[in-house]
Design a protein around this ligand. Structure first.
Ligand code: C2O
Ligand code: CU
Ligand code: CU
Length: 498
């Protein structure tokens, strides 16, 4: 094992408790849990574990941890005592072996989000359940032509996913580029959110928040509140950004800088695209190229309207919904650096519109009301004893998740066209394991260039059409809403490729 990082020391309680002020300009916590401004500690990145001779072997311990968050001790859950967990850096063709140890009080498992690997056996199998105190050995073999990019890992035990990801269990996976990209440096930024109570424990989540999808009051970058990074004018940075929030959408803006979108979920765009803002739903990743320009710029998450439950029930679950949230500060100063070389053109993207689709399907995501007692349709406060409450149901094609039922069967080596429809008043970011989706119709969006993602937002009462190439990997896996509370409440289906 390598030496402990500062973060791990903090997790072990080696750093003194009771510190309430961090950073030069200071950050104050009040007893009501509010935060003042931050002086901007430097962004810290998680430990990076790099594969050697085609193999990356590691232990991942999922456990409760005491970690410094926003200037004070917080009780969270973390992989290897660090929030985020270690970054796994591999190359296409590599094998990742993870000995996963469950030291939580409930079952868990591990999913490698976005990796194109087998869903069977001890590979990326979402049906595995690891009991408390137990371990499980995973092995993920990446094909030699695996797309480079930024991916991530997180628990996927149905019923506990939002709780565990929301508590801090996530980490990044980087699959190396085929060709080096000229730049000064790259940074990893894993975005997450959580709410702490006055004693530093994770705040409870009520039923309304579960229905909406929980959003934490603190939006963190690598577990830090409003950290800062510095660069010299003319430098080019590549920012790998993961949206690890259980439900929060991020509309990212970095005013005052020249920003290009280099990658969305997987692979890279043939030509980086100039952007002023990029929306990322829960589960999405992007890579940005930032050409540093003198001055101080804030990376902010602008408000996103992801719908509600009939308009009246948005409630208090969306702190800051009307105001941009500052995530990080970029300070650019000093002597101008020589410009890095131009970024060359990437390979053309596969376009499934040129290949015949053998099947078309409609997959409908819906929310309905049902009484908690006996499943009758009843309104809140109706009869049926002291527990008569109205529950929201989260369904796909009218059914809640059943791990034993196969919802969709597909043939390997074929292309299918799926129409994802949303008959509910909230957006649902839809994710399919193993096989990425090419979006071919999505409102007025310009899709002349192939657009690939593994999480696709389907707007309230809207629809999106995707093409999927089930090239390889026979086996059974899942698709689901990546608002993890919705997934836990049943908005997940199974697909089997034969
Ligand atoms: Cu990021 Cu099925 O998950
Ligand atoms: Cu996934
Ligand atoms: Cu949803």
């Amino acid at each position: 094992m390598s030496s402990l990082t500062r973060r791990q020391l903090l997790a072990l309680g080696a750093a003194g408790a009771g510190a309430t002020v961090v950073g030069g300009a200071g950050l104050w916590w009040t007893t009501t849990g509010g935060t003042g401004d931050t002086g901007g500690a430097d962004l810290i990145e998680p430990e990076v574990l790099v594969s050697r001779d085609g193999v990356l072997e590691l232990d991942l311990i999922a456990a409760a941890a005491r970690i410094e968050v926003a200037g004070r001790e917080a009780s969270v859950q973390a992989f290897n005592g660090s929030l985020p967990g270690p970054t796994l850096h591999v190359a296409p063709g590599d094998t990742i072996r993870v000995a996963m140890h469950n030291q939580l009080r409930v079952s868990t498992n591990l999913h490698v989000h976005g990796l194109h690997v087998s869903p069977e056996g001890n590979s990326d199998n979402p049906f595995v359940s690891i009991d408390p105190g137990e371990s499980f050995d995973y092995e993920f073999a990446l094909p030699a032509d695996h797309p480079p990019g930024t991916y991530w890992y997180h628990p996927h035990r149905h019923g506990h996913v939002a709780e565990q990801v929301g508590a801090g269990l996530y980490g990044a996976i980087i699959v190396e580029d085929h060709e080096p990209v000229p730049m000064t440096r790259e940074r990893l930024m894993v975005m997450s959110d959580l709410t702490l109570d006055a004693s530093g424990n994770l705040a409870g989540v009520n039923q309304m928040q579960q229905m909406m999808g929980r959003e934490g009051e603190l939006v963190l970058v690598n577990g830090q509140l409003r950290p800062q990074v510095t660069a010299a004018p003319g430098e080019r940075e590549r920012w790998r950004i993961v949206n690890a929030c259980p439900s929060r959408y991020l509309r990212l803006q970095l005013a005052g800088q020249q920003v290009r979108l280099f990658s969305r979920d997987l692979g890279r765009l043939p030509t980086p695209e100039e952007v002023t803002e990029v929306d990322i739903a829960p589960g999405n990743r992007i890579e940005l190229l930032v050409e540093a320009t003198e001055g101080s710029s804030a990376l902010v998450a602008a408000p996103v309207d992801r719908g509600g439950m009939g308009g009246t029930m948005r409630g208090d679950n969306e702190p800051g919904n009307d105001e941009p949230i500052r995530l990080l500060t970029l300070e650019v100063s000093g002597n101008p650096a020589p410009r890095p070389a131009l970024v060359s053109q990437g390979p053309a993207l596969r376009d499934l519109r040129d290949e015949p689709a053998v099947a078309t399907r409609t997959v409908d995501f819906a929310m309905g009301m049902t009484g908690a007692m006996g499943g009758d349709r009843t309104m809140m406060g109706g009869e049926g004893g002291d527990e008569a409450t109205t529950m929201m149901t989260f369904t796909i094609n009218g059914q809640e998740f059943d791990p034993d039922r196969t919802d969709i069967s597909v043939a390997t080596a074929t292309v299918e066209q799926w129409t994802l429809t949303n008959s509910s008043p909230m957006d649902h970011p839809i994710h399919l394991h193993v096989w990425p989706m090419q979006i071919v119709e999505d409102g007025d969006r310009d899709l002349s260039e192939p657009r690939w993602q593994d999480v696709v937002n389907v707007p309230a009462f809207g629809e999106v059409q995707v093409l999927i190439a089930f090239d390889d990997f026979p086996g059974r896996t899942v698709y689901h809403c990546h608002i993890l509370d919705h997934e836990d409440q049943g908005m997940m289906g199974t697909v089997e490729a034969r």
